[in-house]
Design a protein around this ligand. Structure first.
Ligand code: PLP
Length: 241
């Protein structure tokens, strides 16, 4: 019997896919959410293995690590990189070269830097399509100043305007990370309500990026369209982040 990394990933992926199927069935929804496999800390070789298993959406949270893996896997056709981590505006120029989507737009400065960077990248031919942008919201209130990413709910409309008006950006929707120390359901419920408000002004911004390994069922029940799953596919990370 072999215990190859391929077999391990295949098995983990199948288990996650069946959890998603069950959650979709339980929730009685007709649109299966997109699975984004978060490969932070794991090598580009795992990205290739996942690609072979049919995964075309990969999530990363650090620019340096993501840029290196995107370069190593540039021969893979239609592999979409989702940037999901906190972003410094000086990294925007790098991220727009490889990212299909950024889920963590939480400040006007970042939105403007991405708008500029993506426009330049389109002009140079470094990218072919507008950059999908999701506004990351932090639903704890009062929002503690603990350095976690996320805009306050009240900041969504102004951020949405900036993104929607930028020719090289496409406003895709909202993203949130449920705080590990609290019950995720109220967070996902609030996110769904904010998404509805956003869609009143921006009907195309329908994405709801929510749900990680430990709470994907709750996220699906509350209308998540994108799930960001790391450890339940790749295994435990050497350090939690
Ligand atoms: C790491 C990470 C994930 C994946 O979390 P798991 O618990 O490994 O499934 C999802 N979203 C963000 C923003 C992350 O940083």
């Amino acid at each position: 019997m072999t215990h190859s990394r391929e077999a391990e990933l295949e098995q983990n992926l199948a288990a996650v896919q069946s959890r998603i199927s069950r959650a979709v069935e339980t929730a009685g929804i007709d649109h299966r959410p997109e699975l984004i496999v978060v490969t932070k800390y794991f090598p580009a070789a795992d990205v290739e293995r996942l690609y072979t298993l049919g995964v075309h959406h990969i999530g990363e949270n650090k620019d340096q690590e993501a840029a290196a893996k995107a370069a190593e896997t540039s021969h893979l056709d239609r592999l979409n990189w989702h940037f999901i981590g906190q972003l410094q505006s000086n990294k925007a120029k790098s991220v727009v070269r490889y990212a299909y989507a950024v889920h963590s737009v939480d400040r006007q400065k970042i939105a403007r830097a991405l708008a500029q960077g993506a426009e330049a990248a389109l002009d140079r031919g470094d990218r072919a399509h507008p950059l999908h942008c999701l506004i990351q919201v932090d639903l704890r209130h009062p929002k503690p100043d603990d350095g976690r990413g996320g805009a306050a709910a009240g900041e969504i409309p102004s951020l949405a305007e900036i993104i929607a008006e930028a020719p090289a950006l496409e406003l895709a929707g909202l993203m949130a990370v449920a705080p590990p120390e609290a019950e995720p359901r109220p967070v996902f419920e609030r996110l769904a309500a904010l998404s509805e408000q956003l869609r009143a002004d921006h009907p195309q911004a329908a994405a709801i990026s929510a749900g990680m390994s430990q709470d994907l069922e709750d996220a699906v029940a509350h209308g998540a369209t994108h799930l960001r799953i790391g450890r339940d596919v790749l295994g435990a990370r050497p350090y939690p982040r």
